[in-house]
Structure formats: C-alpha cells, structure tokens
Design a binder for this molecule. Structure first.
Ligand SMILES: Nc1ncnc2c1ncn2[C@@H]1O[C@H](COP(=O)(O)OP(=O)(O)O)[C@@H](O)[C@H]1O
Ligand SMILES: [Mg+2]
Length: 253
C-alpha cells in the first residue's frame, strides 16, 4: 500500500476537496482506497458520512497513552473501492497528548501497517504543522500540496516546502513531493496568471490547475460521497496521473 498525504499548513486551499475527489477518481480506476481524515475539524468526515460523532481515528492514535482501537475497527465503507477512517474533534486532544508520547511521530505509520487490503491511503491533513501532520508526512510515500494562486499562498508554499525538507532529513527520507495542485484558478485574473507563472518557475511539478467551480464546491459539504460521474475532468486527469505513479513509482514522462 502507498500512502499519500494532502497537506499545506494553510486552511481553505482545497485539501479536503482534493482528498475526496482524488479518492473517488482512484476508486473509479479500480484502486482500493482508504481515505483518512486527520483534521480535527473533520470536514472530510462531515462531507462524506454527514456526522463526526462516532468512533474516530483519535481513538486509534490515542494521546499521551496509546489508543484503544485498531484502525480496522473504525473504518466505514463509502462507496465501491472507497472506505473512510473518520476524524473528529477529539483529534485536537490527541495532538496535545502526543507531545509526551514515546515514538510520537510513528504512530500513524504503525497503525497503517496493520491494514493491508488497500492500494492507497489518502490522508487529509489539517491546516497546521503540528504532530498530526508530522505523523501523516512520516507515514507518507508522497505528498500533494494544494494551493491557491495568490502571493500569500505562494509564500506559504515556500514555507511548507522548508518543513517538508526538514521532515525528509529528520524523519522520512523516502517522502516524495509529488507536486502542487493549483485550486480555484481564474484565468481571467492577471494576478492568478502571474502567480501560476511564478509557480511554474519553481522546481516542482504542477500536477493540476483546477478552476473555480460550483460543482466542486458542493463536494465538500453535501454530506454524501460523490459518484465518479460528477468528477471534474481535471480531477479525472489528476487521478490518472496519480494512478500511474502508484503503479510505477514515477510520473509518465
Ligand atoms: N475548485 C474550487 N472551486 C470552488 N470552490 C472550491 C474549489 N476547491 C475548493 N473549494 C471550496 O473552498 C473551500 C475550502 O476548500 P477545502 O477543500 O475545505 O480546503 P481545506 O481543506 O484546505 O481547508 C470549501 O468551501 C470548498 O468547497
Ligand atoms: Mg480541510
């Protein structure tokens, strides 16, 4: 199983939207997908199963003490080939407890090694650089960075890349920065065009440029898993690229 973290320390950039759409896209292509909601705000859980009050991954991760459930205990089916490990507000309590826990960066990685029926786990991270995100990046083979095409977000991405490099040198040398996904792009805006060009000049692949779309905005917040028929073409293309990477460990040249 490969693990992909979807992360950016900034909120509102499209992480959860990307996680849901990519997971649905890969499931349609026949991959067995586990979506993991690691954000205490649990918007992925709310927008797929419509509530976040049941057992959640916080009870697997634990806090100062180990959790009392296995990852397989909390997994819920969403649609064909697609399951969810729900998140919840108690993740924020977990994160505080983890500070004093031995082996604190390895907990999610260990939990993931106990499930083996999936081709890929996709982790939707919260908007921080805390211990939960560190756990996700330590467990991941690749990281996808969604961002908006604005100057502030571009600076945010540079800062995030520095953190990723720190994770690679201190914890997980195998972590591959898969690339950027530019979200809510409006090609009529000069500023967006300019920032996209600037992003193209840094040494990172841009895997997709996704326009503003009402349909996509609905995917987070509707309270039900989306069907593949509703995926935007850009999300389908991105899913095909990631599918190739899952099977070959590199992108099609
Ligand atoms: N391409 C898009 N077009 C329009 N709205 C979008 C698009 N991508 C995301 N959104 C909306 O932007 C908001 C933030 O997206 P979300 O995926 O929740 O970001 P994050 O998880 O990084 O906080 C949500 O309300 C979502 O519906
Ligand atoms: Mg989110």
């Amino acid at each position: 199983m490969k693990t992909i973290a979807i992360a950016n320390q900034k909120g509102g950039v499209g992480k959860t939207t990307l996680a849901i759409n990519l997971a649905a896209g890969l499931a349609t292509l026949g991959r067995k997908v586990l979506l993991i909601d690691l954000d205490p705000q649990a918007s992925l859980t709310l927008s797929t199963i419509g509530e976040s009050s049941g057992q959640c991954i916080a009870e697997v991760i634990g806090g100062a003490l180990p959790g009392n459930l296995l990852l397989s205990d909390i997994i819920r089916p969403l649609s064909e080939n697609l399951d969810l490990a729900p998140g919840g507000l108690s993740l924020s309590i977990s994160e505080i407890g983890l500070i004093t826990r031995m082996g604190r960066e390895n907990i999610l990685k260990k939990a993931l090694s106990s499930v083996n029926q999936y081709d890929v786990a996709i982790i939707d991270c919260g908007p921080s650089l805390g211990l939960l995100v560190e756990n996700a990046l330590n467990a991941a083979d690749g990281v996808l960075i969604p961002t908006l095409p604005t100057p502030v977000d571009k600076r945010g991405v540079s800062i995030f890349i520095e953190s990723l490099n720190a994770v690679r040198s201190e914890l997980n040398p195998n972590l591959m920065i898969l690339g950027l996904v530019i979200c809510q792009y409006d090609r009529r805006l000069k500023l967006h065009q300019q920032i996209l060009e600037e992003f193209q000049n840094i040494q990172l692949p841009i895997l997709a440029v996704i326009g503003r779309s009402i349909e996509i905005a609905r995917t987070v917040g509707e309270g039900k898993p989306l069907s593949s028929g509703r995926l935007l073409p850009q999300m389908q293309e991105l899913s095909a690229k990631i599918d190739f990477w899952l099977r070959n460990g590199k992108f099609e040249s």
